[in-house]
Write a protein that binds this ligand. Structure first.
Ligand SMILES: N[C@@H](CCC(=O)N[C@@H](CS)C(=O)NCC(=O)O)C(=O)O
Length: 224
């Protein structure tokens, strides 16, 4: 039996969603974030040393990292290639690109934006405030936001006139790319600036498997 170690409001939602798309049986072990730090509870370190989510176990195997989990699940359980392209095709290259791009390029910028925005609002001694806010504001303005604009513009141009990230059908790459786009939507007006990305999110949110995964995972809201 596959067990998903599911942290509330997190990337593990995408693993529940893929399992629903694949029609597999699985068990969900829920973990709550610390209400102050928003970090995962220490129990998750007993599953994997980094204590992050998602992590799954399948028999004796423990697999971490969303992209690696997705690859594992489609290779093992999607022999009909409903959700991943056949090896050696151009679509496979695209599939691999978006699987890596989501966590390797787009998510770090979104996480940086979250942290630096937090520094802007965080309570701190009055004598530190102007320095901390000055540095974080400058970093946001001169590095993080321009890079994010470039990346979201790039993804928007990729999705213009397309339904899905790889080829002309839904795949697990769409599952992987949805989380950073949802995180971007929580921090920006996607509908106004990136209409193709907004339309993509609306499309995936209508999928029955996406909705079933929300029922299994519990309330889901991303930090802004
Ligand atoms: N690149 C990793 C990121 C894992 C990660 O940072 N997960 C977050 C949840 S979205 C987490 O566990 N945060 C809680 C913490 O850092 O304590 C993946 O895609 O699996």
């Amino acid at each position: 039996m596959i067990i998903v170690h599911h942290l509330e409001n997190s990337r593990s939602q995408r693993v529940l969603w893929l399992l629903e798309e694949l029609g597999l049986q699985y068990e969900v072990k829920r973990y709550n974030r610390d209400s102050k730090t928003m970090l995962a509870p220490p129990e998750l370190r007993a599953v994997h040393p980094l204590g992050k989510s998602p992590v799954i176990s399948d028999g004796d195997r423990v697999i971490a990292e969303s992209g690696a989990i997705i690859e594992y699940l489609v290779r093992k359980y999607d022999s009909a290639h409903q959700f991943h392209p056949v090896a050696g095709t151009d679509n496979e290259l695209d599939f691999s690109y978006w699987l890596h791009y989501a966590e390797g390029s787009l998510m770090p910028l979104l996480v940086m934006k979250l942290i630096f925005n937090h520094i802007q609002r965080a309570p701190m001694p009055f004598f530190v405030k102007p320095i901390a806010r000055g540095i974080s504001g400058k970093t946001l303005q001169s590095f993080i936001q321009p890079n994010l604009d470039t990346h979201l513009g790039f993804v928007e141009s990729r999705m213009k006139g397309r339904q899905w990230f790889v080829g002309d059908r839904f795949s697990a790459a769409d599952v992987q790319m949805t989380f950073p786009l949802e995180a971007a939507a929580a921090r920006d007006n996607l509908a106004a600036k990136y209409p193709s990305l907004h339309a993509f999110l609306q499309r995936v949110h209508e999928r029955p498997a996406y909705r079933r995964a929300l029922e299994r995972g519990g309330p889901y809201a991303l930090m802004s």
